[in-house]
Design a protein around this ligand. Structure first.
Ligand code: PRP
Ligand code: MG
Length: 181
């Protein structure tokens, strides 16, 4: 491929595996929200790929909206301070909201986002994530749909970046330590 495979230790999930997993998650979501209106919210920028594929895998109407959030600076993510860079366009009061992200790492971003959105009076707020790292399993954040639990490695591709690179890889791979150390 055009991508630097020497930057990767291995391919963790291929495009085919990712699409099969998303289809599987989509069937559960269709069943759980049967007969209900659903707003799916993607978390920019990492969730762009999974949102595009999940929305098309869902054999039903959904509305799509986006949020962009950021922790203050790179070293302070553990502070749990998150700010909104781009808010929803829509009022979610009385609506079912499904937040879609590609990974939960520490769990801080999504736990903050869930409580932020919950304060707006939605009918429900739930999370769908393609990947979950071990630290997030310990967080008191309820994740309704998980694609895969993965080890605590530096993964890139399919929306996941290192310094804004690798997001457009079709597969998900483990980044070689020489790239980031
Ligand atoms: C990444 C990833 C998740 C979040 C998970 O986004 O896309 O949204 O971190 O990390 P956490 O569970 O430790 O909070 P990031 O904030 O790096 O921005 P990006 O989506 O634009 O890459
Ligand atoms: Mg993100």
């Amino acid at each position: 491929s055009a991508h630097v495979e020497s930057d990767l230790v291995n391919i963790l999930f291929t495009e085919e595996q990712i699409q099969a997993k998303i289809a599987e998650m989509a069937r559960k979501i269709e069943a759980d929200y049967d007969g209900e209106e659903l707003l799916v919210v993607g978390v920019l920028k990492g969730a762009v790929m999974v949102m595009a594929d999940m929305a098309r895998a869902l054999n039903r109407h959904v509305e799509m909206d986006w949020m962009a959030v950021s922790s203050y600076g790179s070293g302070t993510k553990s502070s749990g301070v998150v700010r909104i860079l781009k808010d929803l366009d829509t009022d979610i009061q009385g609506r079912h909201v499904l937040i879609v992200d590609e990974i939960i790492d520490t769990g801080l971003t999504l736990s903050w986002l869930v409580s932020n959105l919950a304060s707006r009076g939605p009918k429900s707020v739930a999370i769908a994530t393609l990947l979950r790292k071990p630290d997030a399993v310990a967080m008191p954040v309820d994740v309704k749909y998980v694609g895969w639990d993965i080890p605590n490695e530096f993964v890139v591709g399919y929306g996941l970046d290192h310094n804004e690179k690798y997001r457009n890889m079709r597969d998900i791979g483990t980044l070689a330590p020489h790239v980031y150390s």
